[in-house]
Design a protein around this ligand. Sequence first.
Ligand code: LLP
Length: 441
Amino acid sequence: MEPILHIGGVDVTRLTQALGTPLMVYDEGALRKRLAEFSACFQSPALSTRVVYAGKAFLCKAMARLVNEMGCSLDTVSGGELFCALEAGFPAEKIVFHGNNKTPAELAAAVDAGVGLVVLDSLPECQALTALAGEKRTAMRVLLRVNPGVEAHTHKYIVTAHLDSKFGIAAGRKEELYAVLDELNQSEFVTFAGFHAHIGSQIFDKAAFAAEIEQLAILAQEAEGKGYPVPVLDLGGGFAARYTDADAPIPIPEVCQTILDACLAQKKARNLSLSEVCIEPGRSIVGEAGTTLYTVGWQKETESKRYLFVDGGMADNIRPALYQAEYDCGAAEHMEAAKTETYTVAGKCCESGDILIEEAKLPPMKTGDLLAVYTTGAYCYSMSSNYNHLGRPAVVFAQDGKARLVLRREEPKDLLACETNEVLFDSFSSKKKNEQQEVVL
Ligand code: LLP
């Protein structure tokens, strides 16, 4: 019997027999370890620090509870993520609320919940929040998201801080920027706490973070010179995960040290009032902890490819199709077999681009075998869809030989749960009748 993949000490064949495939399994110990490592490394005697997990990478109530247990804060980016966090009992004061187009209802939900920090994205949004906080007579603290113009080299859809980005205000647009700070200065209820920036994702270069910090420090120095104190800098996320052997993420202790050193150096050099620094890792916390298990279906040979079809695909992992993201995989029940074959691993969706791995090295695979695709913990479930009426996979947290189901599989009937036949109004048909009558007359 060949070695079988175990995750968190749990035999994955037992899990898939019980729960079916596709199945996502998180190594809960690895999630805890990452959160703990960031918390332990992002510490400074001279600054207060905060690790804010970016929920967009993967969020469910179990994840929110884990983040809280590990002492981290949580970045939410919509009313839906905020709702999930609050339902999980996540303390509102430890929530950072993001979004480039927060709706009035989302802003109201953030104020009502008493979230700790709202990250403002534009002047009109700032005006809406000051008005709302005034009406509700509720004190709020905010950061202002800016684009420092630092581009980390990553896929163009994932880059977020270039000057034409839809996020935040470009650092050079001084009039707009100071209009926000003025508005906040005049607000009785909303307090400006500092600047936020996020320069991209899957960043391998420490220098990108140092450049971001320098640009934010320049901005903070200027703002403080004009009488607006900037106690907080939030540097966003972007810490890389290892998807394949080609990826070499900066070790967490190293990247944390680089950030803290750069912040302290800038504080000193520019005499800043900076007292708190936040980071918002998402992918680097959950990415490598997640594995997706598929059952191999049929195979097909074409002119130049050997397709290996699996029972999921772009509906549960859109990243290869959207970003040309690369993944590594293994035969979950034959972990030590020689990888003698090359397959194109393709999903079951009606879309030619539904290819998970172009050139997967695997032992010979047959129908019914289990395929494990690694490092699927970030932005797979959270970006999943029901394309072709496929249900989302079940999600399991495994640790110390024990497994718990945190999200059950979506069944076809769940996909019909929003269907209704409710009649709303019939003015359209009556108008039509009148129009027709007029024509007849
Ligand atoms: N903070 C802010 C304000 C962000 O916009 C993001 C990601 C993060 C934190 C977390 O970044 P991370 O540490 O996970 O890189 N769907 C894409 C990633 C989009 C990231 C958008 N913002 C993907 O699948 O690669």
